[in-house]
Design a protein around this ligand. Structure first.
Ligand code: Z5A
Length: 209
């Protein structure tokens, strides 16, 4: 049986990494084989692209280049990691996917969403997540949590209005695709967040498992 594809999205510091671990553990306890990964990244080439995207550079790295790098990383990640895992029946749990490109490069940087859609149609016409958990919180909360961790990367250095646009785009996408998205209130205490995620996952395993 083909595996399932779950993604976790949200702006910085909302708790994606923390809850990704919870999701993997929840599924594994139910006997499901899980592949945990992230974007950009997840394979050696895609991780190398991630370093280029997130590092500060002496020359400009413009929005179009950012989009193309995201899809270059995505193409190699899908080919060498995600698709083989799904074909082998594993559930792939991925920290970010194409929704992030629409939110960050589309809404955040002002790149034409139709161009992003065209690249998505080319790179993964047949593959969208079975379920996307959107961890939602005002940017100030996530940024405050993330700031405790260390120096911001190139994208994290953007101002609050950038992250407001990112958040708005995610919520708009969730509104348009209520069957795929589950919006989780990430301002709640972690135990409550995970209780809600657990409920979503239990229903998902029942429906798709
Ligand atoms: N990016 C893009 O622009 N376009 C794309 O197409 C893709 C990505 C795929 C890297 O992503 C960058 O790539 C990202 C978007 C861009 N740049 N930005 N911004 P990333 O996901 O690797 O990095 P990130 O967004 O900066 O995530 P993060 O900073 O690693 O945060 P997080 O994973 O969401 O949060 P966390 O590390 O799990 O939690 C942060 C802290 O909060 C930690 O101390 C937790 O213990 C704490 N926490 C978590 N939940 C709670 C609750 N509920 N209450 C209290 N404290 C909590």
């Amino acid at each position: 049986m083909a595996g399932r594809f779950i993604t976790i999205e949200g702006s910085e510091g909302v708790g994606k990494s923390t809850n990704l671990a919870f999701v993997c553990d929840f599924l594994q306890r139910r006997g499901i084989e899980v592949e945990r990964t992230r974007e950009p990244g997840g394979t050696p080439i895609a991780e190398a692209i991630r370093e280029v995207v997130l590092a500060d550079h002496a020359e400009a790295l413009g929005p179009d280049t950012e989009v193309l790098l995201m899809f270059a990383a995505r193409a190699v990640h899908l080919a060498n990691r995600v698709r083989p895992a799904l074909a082998a029946g594993r559930w792939v749990v991925c920290d970010r996917f194409t929704d992030a490109t629409f939110a960050y490069q589309g809404a955040g940087r002002g790149v034409d969403p139709e161009w992003i859609q065209g690249l998505a149609d080319h790179v993964h016409p047949d593959l969208w997540p079975d379920c996307t958990l959107l961890l939602d919180a005002p940017p100030a909360i996530g940024r405050d949590r993330a700031a405790k961790r260390g120096e911001p990367d190139r994208i994290e250095q953007e101002d609050n209005t950038f992250f407001e646009r990112v958040r708005g785009a995610y919520l708009a996408r969730a509104d348009r695709e209520p069957r795929r998205f589950r919006v989780i209130d990430a301002t709640a205490p972690l135990e409550e967040v995970q209780q809600e995620i657990g409920g979503v996952l239990a229903a998902l395993v029942e429906r798709l498992g």
